[in-house]
Design a protein around this ligand. Structure first.
Ligand SMILES: Cc1ncc(COP(=O)(O)O)c(C=O)c1O
Length: 376
């Protein structure tokens, strides 16, 4: 038995995921956190930090920065300088700051994690959208659609890599095409790589957009965090990597007076996650892979539901348009399953299912999924 098999009761806790359906028999497989405890190295580090007893304003320290540099080099072959790092309390803040750090319009590809759609609006920037193509071989960027959506005033491309919700781990060739598009149209690329530690396919590797070439690095803002991979998003610790000094200063300028210091517990957890949690991470990936396989087999067996493979993330993106439900999320909720509504991602008729949970929870959820499909 894996330690990930052990259900942990999150009902009546501070969990947003579980409190949404408090008092109802609805399994919450929506918001993107996992129902697993953090790695023991993280928990022990937090205990030690709490024992210290003083929680004044804090900032990063040398061994923390070193853990980030070493992690990025060993995992992704990406060498960065310490001064390129800008610490943030979260990636959504980073997306909004990136929009405020540029003058012109913003381009992104849908379906997409909802804050990509709201950040330009909150920042007073126009949003141009291009749809991804769903091909027989899986999800792809549609270069023609991107070019059609690109207005002359576009300054920023918001890239989700790996992609939430379609689960693609973009390949070097695909990234090079995007880099060429950015170069030809003088775009900054803000690459949200929060899911980069969750590559499920053994033959795929995460390639940071900024690591493609010095030219790509120069126009890049990379957003990363240990939060998704090590299941510590509630600790609020993330960072941007911005190699170009002038772009970095624009980004920092847009943060002034709005973005607070990073929580000291989040910083401590980050170091323990990156430096001391490799075994936990390997076990997690094997566990998620098996969960993913179960989800794909079940979904694609149901008439009216279908999905492509999930190369990365613990999120399944499911097409239920054939079920003919006007409000599919409500229909599944009525059958005891709380999923994310595709409409929020720019794709009505689709649902997102979070399979970062113990197998027993997932099996029950999939039973409910099948019942809901057959009842439609
Ligand atoms: C692509 C992506 N970016 C950002 C976030 C959230 O980041 P944070 O909680 O650090 O603001 C998520 C969470 O699901 C995500 O999937």
């Amino acid at each position: 038995m894996s330690s990930f098999d052990q259900p942990i009761d999150r009902r009546h806790s501070d969990s947003i995921k579980w409190s949404k359906y408090a008092g109802r028999d609805v399994l919450p497989l929506w918001v993107a956190d996992m129902d697993f405890a953090a790695p023991s190295a993280v928990i022990e580090t937090l205990h030690r930090r709490i024992e210290h007893g003083v929680f004044g304003y804090g900032g990063p320290w040398p061994s923390l920065t070193e853990s980030v540099l070493t992690h990025l080099e060993s995992e992704y072959d990406w060498r960065i300088e310490a001064e390129w790092i800008v610490w943030l309390p979260g990636l959504v803040s980073g997306l909004n700051i990136a929009c405020r750090a540029v003058d012109g319009a913003v381009l992104t590809a849908t379906p997409i994690y909802p804050p990509f759609l709201s950040a330009p609006h909150f920042s007073g920037r126009k949003l141009n959208r291009a749809e991804l193509a769903c091909t027989d071989d899986g999800w792809r960027f549609d270069q023609a659609a991107l070019l059609a959506a690109l207005t002359p005033d576009t300054d920023l491309f918001l890239l989700c890599h790996p992609h939430n919700p379609v689960g693609r781990c973009w390949s070097r060739d695909e990234l090079l095409e995007l880099a060429a598009l950015a170069e030809a149209n003088d775009l900054i690329v803000c690459s949200d790589e929060i899911h980069c530690g969750l590559i499920l396919d053994a033959d795929k590797r995460h390639i940071p957009f900024a690591s493609l070439s010095p030219a790509a690095a120069k126009r890049s803002i990379t957003l990363m965090a240990p939060s998704k991979t090590f299941n510590i998003p509630g600790l609020g610790c993330a960072f941007a990597v911005i190699p170009d000094a002038s772009l970095r200063h624009r980004f920092e300028h847009a943060m002034h007076g709005i973005v607070p210091h990073v929580n000291v517990l989040g910083l401590a957890a980050c170091e323990a996650a990156y430096r001391d949690s490799g075994d936990w991470h390997r076990e997690l990936i094997a566990y998620l892979r098996a969960n993913r396989d179960l989800v794909i087999a079940t979904v694609n067996r149901e008439k009216g539901a279908k999905m492509k493979s999930v190369e990365a993330t613990y999120l399944a993106w499911i097409d239920v348009r054939q079920l003919g439900q006007a409000k599919p999320a409500a229909h599944f909720e009525a059958h005891g399953l709380g999923l994310s509504d595709g409409a929020d991602f720019g794709a009505p008729g689709w649902l997102r299912l979070n399979f970062g949970c113990p197998r027993s929870t997932l099996e029950e959820a999939l039973k409910r999924f099948s019942t809901a499909c057959r009842a439609a």
